[in-house]
Design a binder for this molecule. Structure first.
Ligand SMILES: [Zn+2]
Ligand SMILES: [Zn+2]
Length: 466
């Protein structure tokens, strides 16, 4: 990081300090503290062994442009450190750059929380995996997920040494315990249940490559979707997943393969705790396998989390069927789709059918401490020019919201007001999806019994395509 950025930060601190009209203004004070911390981090960068993402040589630009091409995910924002060096791209204004450097929220010191909950989000790794650390710091995250390579391509260049070095030095500098609180997400292309030899090998190779990337980065947990039967029998497909895992475990040494629970029905594997149990049962080295619970997926798959009683019931179901020791991580998402609808539609925290009470249950459950909890909630907003922009402040705020639930009295006015506000915010979206789900079940019922269900006709007649 070049010195000019540090002088920009110093100026920002001076400006912010100057704008503090009342010295007792806590917000402004903490803003200054934030900036000071950021400046310290930036100066650390200059001294530290961090890949110089702002190198100005042509060849470096070309190399980095290639890397971004290859590693870019759906998230187009490169984050606060990596400037996107694509040729012809408009440079960021000084104001934009300063905004990028200012943390949207300060990371919470875990010891200040009543429970050690490590909450973060799935951040961008565009431009190299090392960028994910700064992107996590930017939103005040204490845990994070990332893609280790393009999740939509089969062939990817090997991980660059500068990205490995940068990842390690930045995680050290920002005191991230990446072996515990970083949870990479596997490629959407990989289906370990694949039966066709050639496709199965391709899936395995990509999977193994990711596991090796984890080990080179010092990451211990690796999350992936179990797979799809493609119409084959479930036991056969599950057998193939376990066989691939056994092979991958032998080819690596430390990384834990973490199965994610799913929302869907039919050919999807992992929507029931029984599926997860059956895979684990066939894994030889049980110390190398775990489970990540996505709250939205669980709810859509028929595992309720809303009331304290329902939450306890779901937790004990998991513990009895799968086993508490296999639980390693969480994806923290609300659901735009209603209970047991088997639709995977993530909503912002508190705005969906799960609601704030469900997250209060999760955040106050002692056994979930020290596990990475990763938001995958929507952050796209329409900008003033009508273009879709990512508003990372949403994640920064959701992290603080979740942390605030720890120890909060759910009967308090504070909780009730929060709950009400968020539910109002999500009302129209919930209504929309509820309507789609109702229409679909009406249609399915009609299909199942076309003659007896004549009265369903009215509901089904104005069916729209989903
Ligand atoms: Zn996932
Ligand atoms: Zn999902």
């Amino acid at each position: 990081m070049p010195p000019r950025q540090s002088s920009r930060l110093k100026k920002a601190i001076a400006d912010t300090a100057a704008s503090v009209s009342t010295p007792t203004n806590g917000t402004s004070k903490s803003k200054v503290a934030n900036l000071k911390a950021e400046l310290k981090a930036t100066e650390g960068d200059i001294k530290g062994d961090v890949p110089s993402v702002t190198e100005d040589t042509k060849s470096s630009k070309k190399r980095k442009a290639d890397k971004i091409e290859d590693e870019e995910e759906d998230d187009n924002e490169a984050g606060p450190v990596a400037e996107k060096p694509k040729a012809g791209k408009k440079r960021k204004t000084a104001k934009e750059k300063t905004e990028d450097l200012m943390a949207l929220a300060k990371r919470t010191i875990i010891s200040t929380l009543k429970r050690s909950m490590y909450i973060g989000a799935h951040v961008s790794s565009a431009g190299g995996v090392h960028n994910s650390i700064n992107n996590a710091v930017h939103i005040g995250a204490n845990a994070f997920a990332l893609f280790l390579k393009s999740q939509r391509k089969w062939t990817n260049p090997p991980i660059a040494q500068e990205a490995v070095d940068g990842f390690q030095s930045l995680s050290k500098q920002h005191k991230f315990e990446v072996h515990k609180h970083c949870l990479p997400h596997g490629s959407y292309l990989v289906n370990l249940a694949q039966a066709e030899k050639e496709k199965a090998d391709q899936a395995y190779n990509s999977f193994l490559d990711d596991l090796k990337r984890c080990e080179s980065l010092g990451i211990k947990l690796y999350n992936f979707h179990p797979g799809n039967t493609n119409g084959d029998s479930r036991p056969a497909a599950i057998g193939r997943i376990a066989a691939q895992l056994n092979k991958a475990h032998k080819a690596t040494s430390t990384v834990i393969t973490v199965l994610e629970n799913m929302a869907g029905q039919g050919n999807v594997i992992g929507s029931t705790f029984e599926d997860l149990r059956d895979i684990i049962e066939l894994v030889e080295d049980k110390s190398r396998v775990g489970v990540c619970i996505d709250t939205c997926h669980a709810f859509a798959a028929g595992y309720d989390l809303r009331s304290p009683e329902a939450f306890e019931e779901t937790v004990s179901k998991f513990n009895n069927i799968v086993g508490a020791k296999y639980l390693k991580a969480f994806h923290i998402n609300d659901s735009k789709a209603p209970f047991d609808s088997h639709r995977d539609l993530h909503a912002n925290i508190g705005t969906g059918f799960l609601g704030l009470r469900a997250f209060h249950n999760v955040m106050n459950h002692a056994a979930f401490q020290d596990m990475p909890m990763v938001l995958e909630t929507p952050i796209d907003r329409k900008g003033p020019d009508g273009k879709t922009v990512e508003d990372k402040q949403i994640w920064a705020d959701e992290i603080k919201l979740l942390e605030s639930l720890i120890g909060m009295d759910p009967e308090s006015d504070e909780f009730k007001a929060l709950d009400k506000r968020l539910q109002e915010q999500g009302a129209s979206e919930r209504d929309k999806i509820q309507d789609q789900v109702d229409r679909k079940s009406a249609k399915d019922a009609k299909k199942a019994a076309p003659k007896k269900r004549g009265r369903k006709k009215a509901a089904a007649s104005d069916e729209d395509s989903e």
